[in-house]
Design a protein around this ligand. Structure first.
Ligand code: 5RP
Length: 262
């Protein structure tokens, strides 16, 4: 573990490191996508290599699948796994009820399927992801390429009747071409600013023809592990209703020392 990481990377790293404490040998684990989830995959790879941890991973994107294989994690498909013990993933936003906006990395379709097929979902995040109300981060909606402009119009018309502050959307681009997901679809980013009723919005969006899945994760996440740049970690559990606090210290030899703060 390099000690010269930026504060934000330290925050992501300690959140990921703490999450590995919930992983046991023999488990089937959903592996999230994004920069925070990448730390998790690296930490798990280290445990597989150095401590003989035996896990099977179901990646939520082709990027994560590649990284998982590189670090020595056995990769299986969701259909092979059928059901997972635990999914660990990052997020773009989370609120007090542990509802999420995901899909900044364009992988929310696979992420939602994998998390929903798990006994438990743990989100790992830095403190910038916490919000009072969801919606400042543009809400990703995966749409099929056929007639995507019609889907866009239908979504914007639908938003007029919803409890949101903005009603515009933009097609996500990759350079000069539309972004293409692992499933061959496009992503519309909805600029809502504030989502008053996320549960209702999620249900309504998924009724619109052409929409495959939106990035709202409602009642899916069980725990959020939030990391800070100084090594502090907090675990918020939706069922326990309490926050566990730990602190990781970065030692000179690159190892970590953890201290229960309660
Ligand atoms: C990808 C996601 C990511 O989890 C989300 O975008 C957070 O990414 P990062 O950890 O890089 O901030 O939902 O679809």
């Amino acid at each position: 573990m390099p000690s010269d990481l930026s504060p934000i990377d330290k925050a992501k790293f300690v959140a990921a490191k703490k999450a590995t404490e919930f992983v046991q040998s023999g488990m089937k684990i959903g592996l999230g996508t994004g920069s925070t989830a990448a730390w998790l995959v690296q930490c798990l790879g280290e445990l597989v290599r150095d401590e003989g941890l035996r896990i099977k991973g179901v990646p939520t994107s082709s990027r994560t699948a590649q990284l998982a294989r590189e670090v020595g994690i056995e990769v299986i498909s969701l259909d092979e796994a059928k059901w997972l013990d635990l999914t660990i993933d990052g997020t773009d936003e989370y609120d007090n009820n542990l509802n999420l906006i995901k899909g900044g990395g364009g992988a929310h379709l696979q992420e939602k399927i994998v998390a929903t097929a798990s006994d438990q979902m743990i989100v790992i995040a830095d403190a910038t992801k916490k919000v009072g109300t969801l919606g400042a981060f543009p809400l990703p909606v995966e749409v099929i390429p056929f007639g995507w402009q019609t889907s866009k119009t239908l979504i914007e018309e639908t938003l007029i009747g919803m409890d949101v502050l903005g009603q515009t959307s933009t097609l996500r681009m990759n350079g000069d071409a539309p972004y293409v997901t692992d499933e061959g679809n496009h992503v519309l980013d909805l600029h809502l600013n504030r989502i008053g009723n996320a549960r209702q919005l999620s249900l309504v969006l998924n009724q619109i023809p052409g929409v495959v899945e939106n990035g709202l994760f409602i009642d899916i996440c069980d725990k959020v592990i939030v990391g800070y740049g100084d090594g502090r970690v907090e675990v918020q559990d939706i069922n326990a209703g309490e926050v566990e606090k730990t602190r990781f210290d970065f030692l000179d030899d690159g190892n970590l020392f953890s201290d229960d703060m309660q």
